[in-house]
Design a protein around this ligand. Sequence first.
Ligand code: FAD
Length: 461
Amino acid sequence: MPTPAAIAALKAAAGADWTDDPELIAPSLTDWRGKYTGQTPLLLLPRSTAAVAAIVKAAAAHGTALVPQGGNTGLVGGGIPAADGTGVLLSTRRMNSIRRVDVDGQLLVAEAGVILSDVHAAAADHGLAFPLSLGAKGSATVGGLAATNAGGVQVLRHGTMRALVAGIEAVMPDGSILNQLQGLVKDNSGLDIKQLLIGAEGTLGIITALALKLVPAPAYRAIGWAGMDRPQRALALLTRLRRLSGGQVESFELVPGDGVALTAAQLGLRPPLAGWHRWQCLVELAGPMPLDDVLAAALADADDAVIAQNDAQGAALWRLREELPLAERRAGPAVHHDIAVPVADMPDFAEAATLRVEAEFPGARVLAFGHLGDGNLHFNVRPPEHGADPADWVAGNGAAVTALVHTLVAAAGGSISAEHGIGVLKRDDLARLGDPARLAAMRSIKAALDPQNIMNPGKIY
Ligand code: FAD
């Protein structure tokens, strides 16, 4: 536990912006999936970079662990303090100003606690767009998105946060402030420290602001939904769409028929396609010219397809996709995976891994959905419909299911974390399956930058 002197120093550094009221702290102690619950004696709520720097200096002086937290939508337990109460939570939620929008430079500078949907709105006010979106956009903060190198539904065209951050401001573990918000297009003056902080899940420093890259808001969008029997045909559809549209595929999401049925039933919606289709895709094209004809030509090969005729229909199709993780959560416990293999291999991998998992765990049902164009699926395994209590089944089998899925992924040259990060959830499997040379380099960097291990200890490494 932090000593009384450490707590007093942290409170002094935070000025009036802290609470030690257990009732106010409680909502920040459990993660979105309800998998992890931690403890902390103190929640710090700084409003400025200077305050964060003062806090980190106080933490360094007392050797106290800090756990950064943004919107608490992370899916790997990275923003939750340890159960032993040794870490102090630092929330960025009060650092929520958009400092500037640079129209000519196509940049938006936002403090770490700005919510993603507020970035979307601010960019739209200037005829621009921030091309990263995901289901948690109403709560996830840009600091958390950068710290987890989040992906989402537009990665195949615009990349993950690594590609979308032009500059960073952060407080390093010794309390120094890294000032790299200029957003230079070219800068070959040594190592790119911002790329170390992106994806570090708060273990190398606290991100306080980001310069985010914007793109012109597309004048036209064409959104469609298609059904087919096998994922290989979905990938062929993506290739065809890319060729016909000249690279204007903004999103390409794969959803299984039973996931569509589950979500539609919960939301009281009619599924977009009549009849049963084992695999279905949500596709979006975006660009400066109308794209409906291109989309219609590409979808002609599908078993069935619809094209949204207006914004409301497009939004309804997106709602089905974005609500799927929430519908799945409401349907009960499952064993979750966020995996990637090379794009061209994903359809075969998805089929083979499904057969293998369902054979080794009789009655279990794979629900795999997500970003086929990035080679990234959320390969979730649901308990048998009849028999043991679902929670008991997950508790009894979850570790073995995950060990099998991750072993199959590693054998396919893939990643056990495509976009959610490592946090606590995948720490052991990263140590078991990660490239040893990469792991050694990561641990050396962590030890060099944070020798006291005060930045989000117990995560990743
Ligand atoms: P938190 O959950 O608060 O924190 C996440 C991690 O970042 C923690 O390790 C924390 O310590 C660290 N952190 C937070 N802020 C900072 C900071 N300022 N400086 C340093 N470290 C910090 N992810 C995808 O990539 N693609 C998806 O499609 C996707 N869909 C999702 C859908 C739903 C419904 C949900 C709930 C989540 C989804 N996610 C997805 C997960 C995604 O990782 C998080 O939504 C987001 O990236 C985390 O942002 P946050 O502000 O909530 O961070």
